[in-house]
Write a protein that binds this ligand. Sequence first.
Ligand code: AGP
Length: 592
Amino acid sequence: MCGIVGYIGKENPKDILIEGLKKLEYRGYDSSGIALKNNEKVQVIKSTGKIKDLEIKMRNIKVIDSNIGIAHTRWATHGIANETNAHPHTVGKVTIVHNGIIENADKLREKLIKDGIKFNSETDTEVACALINKYYQNDPVEAINKALKEIIGSYAFGIIFEDINDKLYAVRKDSPLIIGVGKEGNYIASDIAAIIKYTEEYILLDDNEVVELSNDKVNVYQGNKLIDKKIEKSNLSIDEASKGSYKHFMLKEIMEEPMVLQRTLNKYLDNMEEIFDVSKYEEIHIVACGSAMYAGMIGRCLLEEKANIKCYVECASEYRYKKVIYDRKTLVILVSQSGETADTIAAMCKANEERIDTLAIVNVKTSTIAREAKHCLFIEAGPEIAVATTKAYLLQAAMFSLIALKAANVKGLEKNYNDVLNEAKNLPKKLKKILDDKEIFMNVAKDIKDCRDAFFIGRGVDYAICEEGSLKLKEVSYIHSDAYQAGELKHGTISLIEEGVPVFAIITDDKIKAKTESNVIEVESRHAKIFTITNDKTIKDHHFRYLVEKISDYFQPILVVPPLQLIGYYTADLRKLDIDKPRNLAKSVTVE
Ligand code: AGP
């Protein structure tokens, strides 16, 4: 996934674009670049590393005054992270930035090389640039449309034409791009957070709609036909898109959890009719990636236990290619914070093509999944900038709680329905009290920060929580970590348990707590260091034990996960790592 921002207007684009790139750095940060245009020339400046490296480079050269600019921050897909492969790319009169992946790039490159094109980079983007340039005579929209006819894949392009001094162009397909409509000019951006400082008004582009921006006008074309588009208004606030007084976005977003949980519960608890009723389905496939999939695992436990509906959790990258046996009583639930994860989009398309009902649980309202799933439930997490998801994951789990509660009630299986609803109303307060114990979790981080491996064990829904706890720790602290069904450890992995290896035991399910406790003793007898999180004070404290309040099964994970998120965060902080932008990761993986 990469980040794109562009501007045309009365202001000098340079600072607008650099500020915008910083807001998009979570989308990719191995290299970046900027193209500035005035009536004489297009200047392209690129750098490997972070945005600040590009800024330093720009301070040491003469940067032209300009009124049009496009910029890009990259997460390398085609071609290693170096200056040559960094965007923008220029071929002939065309300069572009690109987010997405062109699947037939190699074939197109071969054809263009036969036409005499000499490529400098290994990127698919340069191929797209050459194709647009090939068709460009004097009509940019026509050139773009002709090139798109030959391109297979996903793209969001920002495009400058060297001999057009008062226009900026853009087009998208399967990759996010919004058009900011401002008073001092107009913008393109992968995410509204990049331009919210300048305008709250934006236009959503549908696939292959070409947009032509000038200082004071935005034209959108479908083919060569000018079409009308609705101007939306964002409710994002500027400080939501900034770190505020927090050291990292990840910590800010964990500490926002009570507030965003309150916001999401307020939206639904008194309007449970808003919650999609899944009770009529006989089988549910929950399809997602990473943390979203682990939230789905909590959902599966609740939907099966409480609503008596057969559920499968599938990793989207597998599901999209496997043989899936659907019937009319199947529901596919897609879970995605960004709503732009390529594999999850593909899984949604697979179900849509089979005319199977799809329900999306999404955070970003302007996203592809939000727009193309048959039904959609929005979590109200606000912008989540840190690559490691925390508040969005928690709200995804909470959304499953509400879905399972409603389905159980509709099926007459939940006799404590109103009590559970009332308990949910107090959840944010209970969560806040846990987050106030942050010192306790800092001390756990001090205890494990130099470990090479860590293990998380649990059964049932506790195992689902372990998967997320393990991912949180490893993706930001780079400590190798694995989650196991507690009963599975002795079938091999227990050979890795030795003196001092941290083992996190999650024990909240009364029905099987004794079993998990015996697994804890198995590893403790091999001198593991046991960190227990439980809602039962009879569970032994072997080394460290944190007690959370015992609440209904529906919402118990909401109190258990945040301690694990904080432990992951503080461990990474003690290891002085780039927590908001962990190596090799991107916020939403918009490529396969
Ligand atoms: C979680 O911390 C990771 N960043 C990753 O697993 C993420 O949850 C996954 O890529 C899915 O992203 P999505 O929710 O935007 O689809």
